[in-house]
Write a protein that binds this ligand. Structure first.
Ligand code: DOR
Ligand code: ZN
Length: 427
């Protein structure tokens, strides 16, 4: 059963020179062609995960490109867009070129790189665009790596430049000043309760509202990362009604877990923005149903096990996820919506459509073969530090049997295949 943009149908999928070359009735493949039998399975376009932190350079004790890109294809992800909060941050063309050189020949999946948009490098946007950045990433509040945003005036100007270069900016939208104020008030609480109190919905709602206003005035396209608060979903919905070019992203952990369900895991479940209430979670699902949320990204953000094995207050935020999106969300979304949110949506947002995100003649032959039953064994995890609340608390609902990149199997029956042949998708 093959999931095309139009239907879910029984068919043969033919590949030539790395592209889809035939979509034909079952049994029509030439007898001498090498084949992969996907009987009993569902075939989807490879997932596009536009939100991963693969931690190179500088943070390879948390993750490295070999392990992370293996985890990606093990989870049916064939394209990733990697975040710039590494060491040094991806803040200049030189830093971007260093990343490109480091990752060349080591990635099992295709990849692109965000450039940073921060106070210290607001003059680098045109150069980052020229160097092939996939988009920009702006952190409005404090999180892993301290990369302060420009003040509003400078930010408005930077967004004008980004808009003129056609670069979309993905925003970590939490107001840093409101976070600091909430942290001062969050006394008498501990563990994840204190973390949740220190990162209130208000900080998210204010930041989403302000950045939509600024980007709209600047004519700059936006994407809001990891929507977590009900009010933030409403703010994105309103901005879209007002004609703002803003795309909404949600993450599997906010869709599948609440604070109440994961609080006992302490630091392991610490993430920014935090896991929130059932009402917030319900609002995310409404946002998916009505199109406010365009895409799902994993926010794969692992830290070393030893770094997480400390009190919540001092532990870093984030955990692995790139291998878990498909297995954990398949049962909740079904194949068509999964493809819409995890392949087509991000491909459209980040300029990869129509060559990625769909099974159609002429598109790149990146696909995943899924067995839609809970696996008998938990899948082996390939991230350097795979533990986290999704792995602990969410049952898998499907199994990745095979992943193909450019028509070649890169993942088959539980193991990586061939040498890494992922390509840099230079914008
Ligand atoms: O929990 C998080 N971890 N949120 C972020 O925004 C950054 C990420 C990381 O890089 O560790
Ligand atoms: Zn992130």
């Amino acid at each position: 059963m093959v999931c095309t943009p139009d239907a879910l149908e029984r068919m043969d999928v033919g590949v030539r020179d790395g592209r889809f070359a035939a979509l034909a009735p079952p049994g029509s493949a030439p007898a001498d062609a090498p084949t992969l039998d996907a009987g009993g399975c569902i075939v989807l376009p490879g997932l596009v995960d536009a939100h991963v932190h693969f931690r190179e350079p500088g943070l390879v004790h948390k993750e490295d490109w070999g392990s992370a890109s293996t985890a990606a294809v093990a989870g049916g992800v064939t394209t990733v867009l990697d975040m710039p909060n590494v060491l040094p941050p991806t803040a200049t063309p030189a830093a971007l070129e260093e990343k490109v050189a480091r990752v060349a020949g080591r990635s099992r999946c295709h990849y692109g790189f965000y450039g940073l948009l921060a106070a210290a490098n607001a003059d680098q946007i045109e150069a980052l665009a020229a160097a092939g950045a996939a988009g920009l990433k702006l952190f409005l509040g404090e999180t892993t790596a301290s990369l302060p945003a420009p003040a509003d005036g400078a930010l408005l100007e930077a967004l004008r430049v980004a808009g003129a270069c056609g670069l979309r900016t993905m925003v970590h939208a939490e107001n840093g000043d409101l976070l600091a104020a909430a942290a001062r008030r969050a006394t008498g609480l501990d563990g994840l309760d204190a973390h949740l109190a220190a990162r209130p919905a208000l900080a998210e709602v204010e930041a989403v509202t302000r950045i939509c206003l600024l980007a709209s005035a600047a004519g700059a396209p936006l994407a809001i990362a990891h929507l977590a608060a009900a009010g933030a979903v409403r703010a994105v919905r309103r901005a879209k009604v007002d004609g703002v070019d803003v795309r909404g992203e949600a993450c599997p952990h906010h869709l599948l877990l609440t604070h109440a369900q994961a609080a006992h895991l302490g630091s392991l479940a610490k993430v920014n923005p935090p896991l929130r209430t059932e009402a917030d979670q319900a609002a995310l699902w409404v946002g998916i149903a009505d199109g406010t949320i365009d895409e799902i990204g994993s926010d794969h953000a692992p830290h070393a096990t030893s770094e997480k094995a400390v009190a919540v207050a001092v532990a870093p935020a984030g955990f692995a996820g790139v291998q878990l999106t498909l297995p954990m969300l398949y049962g909740r979304l079904g194949p068509r919506r999964l493809v819409g949110l995890c392949a087509e949506g991000p491909a459209r947002t980040w300029g990869l459509w129509p060559s990625k995100g769909r099974i159609a003649l002429g598109a790149d032959a990146d696909l995943v073969v899924v067995r839609p039953h809970p696996p008998a064994q938990p899948a082996a995890q390939w991230s350097r530090h795979p533990d986290g609340p999704i792995l602990r608390l969410c049952p898998p609902t499907a199994e990745v049997v095979a992943t193909l990149v450019d028509g070649r199997p890169v993942w088959l029956h539980g193991a990586p295949r061939g040498s890494p042949a992922g390509r840099w998708l230079r914008r």
